[in-house]
Ligand binder design. Structure first.
Ligand code: SAM
Length: 247
């Protein structure tokens, strides 16, 4: 059975969108994953298929009704469905590469895209949704967030990236940002490639890359660096660059 993504949305026409092109699109065409979109509005109420209502307590905007959303979910997720169910929301825990790895290792995912001011809290609780945010900013809807989350998972599925790309050395694989990349020409507009990369000395290249990874993480992402250092002190990163002083 291929990896199965179900997206509950008010805008099914937004999918597969960019996931229909490049690696994910090819993998979709080859059946390495499958996509099901579920139109929440099909479960809306009355002649106008209403899915939202005004917020109790007042305030601007509308809120997605719990009854409509739960009915839409029940229609597309069987009781024995083992896939994680995620509600995309800026109030959620920040999405990480570890989440992408966890989701990619499973059978698939069910994603709920919010609109308006978001979903009635009772529906979030009743469905035991995992609440995930893709970053500290507010999108107009969960659909772009779903595309981002799916993209990060799909490229980790067996057979999607092929042999050319390696997920093992990428940013976040070990809690570090990746080292910088260089290609031909060896000199461009007065800028030379770091000589070690032309040396053919694989151990030296490995050490340089590790040191650059650590430096970039320390300078750009002190939050990741602190966590990495704690792991290093606990002996989880045996091959950290000896040349990098603990900041
Ligand atoms: N009133 C909400 C708040 O302040 O937290 C924002 C609602 S937003 C306009 C509408 C929908 O977009 C949300 O229900 C959610 O599904 C989606 N969304 C917006 N920003 C997001 C983010 N950073 N991560 C994940 N989903 C997001």
């Amino acid at each position: 059975m291929s990896w199965h993504a179900t997206i509950l949305t008010l805008f099914p026409e937004m999918f597969p969108g960019p996931l229909g092109a490049s690696l994910a699109g090819r993998a979709l065409a080859e059946g390495l994953w499958r996509l099901e979109t579920a139109d929440i509005r099909a479960h809306g109420l009355g002649r106008h298929r209403a899915v939202d209502d005004t917020p109790f307590g007042g305030g601007a905007g509308m809120v997605m009704r719990p009854d409509v959303t739960a009915t839409a979910l029940a229609a597309h997720r069987r009781a024995d469905d083992a896939r994680p169910f995620v509600y995309l929301t800026p109030r959620g825990r920040l999405f990480t590469q570890a989440d992408a790895r966890r989701f990619a290792a499973g059978r698939g995912i069910v994603l709920l895209c919010g609109r308006y001011e978001g979903l009635d809290q009772r529906a979030i609780e009743a469905t035991e949704a995992e609440e995930i945010s893709i970053g500290d900013y507010v999108l107009s809807g969960g659909e772009p967030a779903a595309l981002v989350l799916l993209d990060a998972c799909l490229r980790l599925l067996p057979g999607v990236m092929g042999a050319a790309a390696s997920a093992e050395e990428e940013s976040f694989a070990e809690g570090l940002l990746e080292y910088p990349h260089y290609t031909r020409p060896a000199e461009w507009e007065g800028r030379a490639v770091p000589p070690v990369l032309l040396s053919g000395d694989h151990a030296a290249i490995r050490a340089w890359r590790r040191a650059e990874s650590e430096r970039a993480t320390r300078e750009r992402r002190p939050d990741l660096w602190d966590r990495y250092r704690q792991g290093r002190m606990a002996g989880r990163h045996a091959d950290s660059a000896a040349s990098v002083a603990t900041a």
